[in-house]
Design a protein around this ligand. Structure first.
Ligand code: FES
Ligand code: FES
Length: 176
């Protein structure tokens, strides 16, 4: 499989085979080398829970987990994720059971329009996995890359603070 890129002067560039464990499922795909992880998820795989805000690493709306660590999917090429475990907002719940961070965002009303919410939740889960979230100041600092234009920060902070212990237990049961 090959495709043309506007920067190559018309030369064909072969798509590369990429294997992912995506939300617990094995996926093998051929991906053009310039495709971002964000575009792969949204445009090709239909996982539109991950949002595109700025598309250049400024807002955090596109945050997903790669091997348990949070990244901005708009800044990562899909081919860089070959062989890795990718978790999006769609992969956090276990069946009908919401992830504790999702449940806390609901119970604390930690959103208004909701556009930033998937990125906020994935970032918060990654934050706990990093062994952070040790108090409000730490959470505020470590979540500073996730912008909420609606200003739902107080409730986001409260949700993360409450869900951090359950998230630690959830991750210990089986990291997703
Ligand atoms: S869309 Fe990736 S950081 Fe804004
Ligand atoms: S809830 Fe609207 S941008 Fe955060």
């Amino acid at each position: 499989m090959s495709a043309r890129h506007p920067c190559t002067g018309g030369g064909g560039i072969a798509a590369r085979p990429v294997t992912l464990e995506l939300n617990g499922q094995h996926r093998s795909l051929d991906v053009e080398p310039w495709t971002t992880l964000l575009d792969l998820l949204r445009e090709r795989l239909g996982l539109t829970g991950t949002k595109k805000g700025c598309d250049h690493g400024q807002c955090g709306a596109c945050t997903v987990l790669v091997d348990g660590k949070r990244i901005n999917a708009c800044l990562a090429l899909a081919v860089m994720c070959d062989g890795k475990r990718v978790t999006t907002i769609e992969g956090l719940a276990r069946g009908d059971q919401l992830h504790p961070m999702q449940a806390a965002f609901v119970s604390h009303d930690a959103f208004q329009c909701g556009y930033c919410t998937p990125g906020q939740i994935c970032s918060a889960v990654g934050l706990v996995a990093e062994g952070r979230a040790q108090g409000r100041d730490d959470i505020r600092e470590q979540m500073s890359g996730n912008i909420c234009r609606c200003g739902a920060y107080p409730n986001i902070l409260a949700a993360i603070e409450e869900a951090a212990p359950q998230t630690r237990a959830w991750l210990e049961e089986g990291e997703r």
